[in-house]
Design a protein around this ligand. Sequence first.
Ligand code: ADP
Ligand code: TRP
Length: 332
Amino acid sequence: MKEVVVSGIRSTGKLHLGNYFGAVKNFLQLQEDFDSYFFIADYHSLTTHPNPTDLQGSGKRVLAEYIALGLDPEKCSIYFQSDVPETAELYLFLTMNAYLGELERVASFKEKARTQPNNINAGLLNYPILMAADILLHKGVKVPVGKDQAQHLEMARTFANRFNRLYNCNYFPEPQAFSFDGILIKVPGLSGAGKMSKSTGDADAIYLDDEATHLEKKIMRAVSDSGAMGMNTPKSQAVQNLFDLMALVCDPDVILQFDNDHKAGTIRYGDLKKQLAADMEIFIAPLRDKIQTILANEKHLNEIAKYGAEKARISAQKTLREVREIIGFRTN
Ligand code: ADP
Ligand code: TRP
């Protein structure tokens, strides 16, 4: 039997470069050889209270982007989380074995509680339980995600093991965060601070459908150093971020040249950003066009979603049947 791969992306906006290199790039390779489930995490996105139009629009967009990037509905199961309600039932079961203290200690929860003190809802607290349900629903073992999800994966292992111990069985396998090169990646944003994210705003993120002029403007405005540099001055965080972005899309020889210029103290950040903008446009242009074409074909997208949900529900229903039996519910 093939190993099972599961991963999802929240439908709270458009996909950005971090989503691509942290997650989708690995999806593309994994769909070739594994039993893969890739979903749009629209239940998860409810923590931010989208209105129905936005919920639908952004979900459809992520689906179109999945397809444009090369996910193949015949090679993997592509579905909306909300089309597989078994997810919610497994989530309910897992909540009974998750403890308040451990949930409150999760870094992403603490961060949300700090940044949005007026909306610390129970869904945010339980976020890692729902994520564990997504994965365990298909008995997933490989979970392609970026570095920011490592702690959530640890929680998923905790919940899987706890279930097995409580019911004295060996039912759920231990899911592991996965990337092909073995390193979980963190793509930085353009603001010189943390990771690129949907929530940090348009100036910080590079979206996979950014128009050429907009893309160039954003990159030219990215934070870098201003003053003259001495020889062998270590790179500031903002400059390191720009080099990290270059590593994703630029030729290694070009990067080496800028690196040498930095060491020599002769680097011109305007030139570096121009190069980055040009190479980024080469990377983004074909994706942007494909996304637009696929988005326009609503009928095709609906068919893909329906087909994906049907495939995912076969595995989900099997798991829920077995889990209900293990827990001790009446079986028919
Ligand atoms: P966002 O953080 O923008 O809201 P999601 O939380 O929906 O995006 O993340 C979806 C996937 O993309 C996850 O696997 C996550 O680890 C990955 N990801 C998101 N941002 C980055 C980033 N800056 N670098 C690497 N991976 C990322
Ligand atoms: N929590 C993930 C993120 O924000 C998205 C996600 C939801 C996910 N459920 C998942 C990722 C299951 C992998 C597996 O990035």
